[in-house]
Design a protein around this ligand. Structure first.
Ligand SMILES: Nc1ncnc2c1ncn2[C@@H]1O[C@H](COP(=O)(O)OP(=O)(O)OP(=O)(O)O)[C@@H](O)[C@H]1O
Ligand SMILES: Nc1ncnc2c1ncn2[C@@H]1O[C@H](COP(=O)(O)OP(=O)(O)OP(=O)(O)O)[C@@H](O)[C@H]1O
Ligand SMILES: [Mg+2]
Ligand SMILES: [Mg+2]
Lengths: 187, 156, 156, 187
């Protein structure tokens, strides 16, 4: 299982719709300060419902809508879609033909039923009130239902698989009981 | 339940020792504050980077703390991998040699799970299989460029 | 007293704008929450890196926050210099281009005061007048080496 | 005015006595992780009495004594001396003969009376109790007297001239009133 693509619409510094295709294995995201790197990770957390607005450096959820949009229409909207490829085995089942694992022919025809598309849409009215909805493969789900499904893929809301900017040493400063509870979860 | 915890703890502890030795050239292990009653105790990370005598976690340097924390995260991963890992500038306290070591470790762990790593450091960019460039011209939106990785010039 | 505050505020504000423009290629200024009653108000740093629209300080990126904070420190220094400044890895969030810009700014400010800067980044090491190397062999004490700066190999 | 030298005896990772001569203008301290760079800044804060033990990453002051010492004798001791050169003008008065400003002939013969030597000595007994004393040019002073003297050189305990590791963005997260008070101090 891996993330095949992240699609951002009017999310923070991303205007319009931006699609970011991702490969399995090791990808680095680099670029100048302030260009939008951390915003991509914020988009991931937003979509999977695994961070509060504080974790995405926004005072309130409506701050996540691209600023240029807020001046225009009555209702503005931002949405993020994360597509998981369930089909790819990890590690690739035939390591000796590495070429295939890298996205050549077989990957292109991956069976759409072996994909999960998670979408979160945030609508903000002129008065500042907002609604936020989650969808799994097009069908509306609650956050709890989404988290149950993600648990099947071993994606946990408090999972240690996401480390935000500046947080790398937070495991050292957390209290020892909380650290022990991490092992409880895994057991 | 106790059995399951014991099994998890032993596996993660063993992973932590191996990974910490590779990243920090020292020895480290996990310690429960009360072995008899694990569900009531805390978990401490005992780490001696480069063979230094016992020290409290809080008196470690920024780089040493980062490598200790990352060793723990990788130790958890080896026991129960998540499908993806997203790290945002986890190499910011590290000197050049440690960024190299960390990037090799990530490249190795990435055979088991997807790693998306935001970094500004050259050794990290050079070890990745693929680089995504991000930029924002004055007054414009963020643009994303996919780059097939060859030896590219990057910021230091 | 009000007079003295006003004079200090105006001078630091002007310094902040000039320095921020140089470091972040944008415009920034200081703003009191209540101009009429300065002693009861708070001081806000308003900063638009690279000409971006208004943003809250909290939503800035790590690099943008660092340059804004450093611009404020330098603005204070130009008004009332201390004899020495000691900075510990203030460049940790910065990309290569911003480390270059910051190191040039420090080299310039260092004509007015002494700067002792701990850094792991190449552009910072190369701009310094002098480098002190610090090392600790396995199980030994910290050793300090004084190096006259020429183009030396350093970690990235 | 500038710092001419820092001398550390049994302070943290520094065993024995280490002298670090410093020049005016721009000096970089570099080296591998964990080698003792931040400990030099901690020594500066310790000596001038401008940080709590927490600011020096020590639980209690006795943790500052080099570990290797604590196993040996009954009473162990650590001390740090910071020597200020009051003679050098900032900026150097004749910029065109920059060679002189860099520590060649005239600086060598700087008049000792134009120096201030600040020393702090910490003694820890076997039982863990400790005493800490400050000296200015060899004479014992209280912390308050030392701070009054340092104020004359424009060195303030809460001065923004020292930024510890990881603290660079703390000015951004502090509350606006505290920020305004910084200007008050300068006025
Ligand atoms: N709702 C929004 N609309 C437009 N821009 C926004 C919005 N929210 C945040 N931003 C902008 O996004 C930028 C921050 O992007 P981000 O934190 O991703 O940068 P980064 O590439 O991670 O930089 P660094 O290397 O400094 O960490 C800020 O300049 C901020 O103004
Ligand atoms: N009392 C002490 N006796 C001996 N060693 C000590 C003492 N207190 C701290 N140390 C050691 O000093 C080291 C930390 O040094 P320091 O924080 O200065 O490193 P650094 O060079 O700043 O590294 P980084 O680049 O990672 O920030 C730690 O390994 C710690 O164990
Ligand atoms: Mg960032
Ligand atoms: Mg340090």
């Amino acid at each position: 299982v891996h993330i095949k693509e992240i699609e951002l619409s009017n999310f923070k510094s991303f205007g319009g719709t931006t699609r970011i295709p991702l490969m399995p294995e090791f990808t680095v995201v680099s670029g100048p300060n302030g260009s939008g790197k951390s915003n991509i990770l914020d988009a991931l957390l937003f979509c999977l419902g695994i961070a509060s607005s504080k974790g995405m450096r926004a005072e309130r959820l409506p701050d996540l809508v691209n600023h240029n949009q807020t001046n225009r229409k009555s209702t503005v909207e931002t949405s993020v879609t994360v597509t998981f490829d369930l089909g790819s085995e990890f590690p690739p089942s035939h390591p000796n033909n590495d070429n295939n694992g890298n996205g050549s022919q077989p990957e292109e025809e991956s069976d759409p039923s072996l994909e999960w598309r998670v979408t979160r849409r945030l609508r903000v009215t002129k008065t500042g009130s907002y609604t936020s909805n989650y969808y799994l493969n097009g069908e509306a789900v609650t956050l709890t239902e989404l988290h149950e499904k993600l648990n099947e893929l071993r994606i946990y809301p408090e999972g240690y698989n996401v480390v935000l900017q500046g947080d790398v040493t937070s495991i050292i400063s957390m209290n020892p009981r909380e650290r022990r509870e991490i092992i409880d979860e895994l057991a | 339940r106790l059995q399951a915890f014991k099994e998890a703890f032993d596996a993660v502890n063993e992973n932590f020792s191996t990974i910490f030795a590779e990243l920090s050239q020292g020895d480290g292990y996990l310690q429960l504050s009360d072995e008899e009653d694990p569900f009531n105790s805390g978990l401490n990370l005992v780490a001696h980077p480069k063979g230094k005598p016992v020290q409290r976690l809080a008196s470690m340097s920024g780089g040493e703390k980062s490598l200790t924390a990352l060793s723990f995260i990788f130790a958890l991963q080896r026991y129960r991998p998540s499908p993806f890992y997203a790290f945002d500038e986890v190499d910011m306290f590290l000197d050049g040699a440690n960024v190299e070591r960390l990037s090799k470790m990530i490249a190795h762990q990435a055979l088991q799970a997807q790693f998306i790593v935001v970094s500004l450091r050259r050794p990290m960019i050079e070890s990745a299989k693929r680089t995504i460039g991000v930029t924002q011209a004055r007054g414009a939106y963020t643009q994303v460029l996919g780059l097939k990785l060859q030896h590219q010039e990057s910021s230091s």
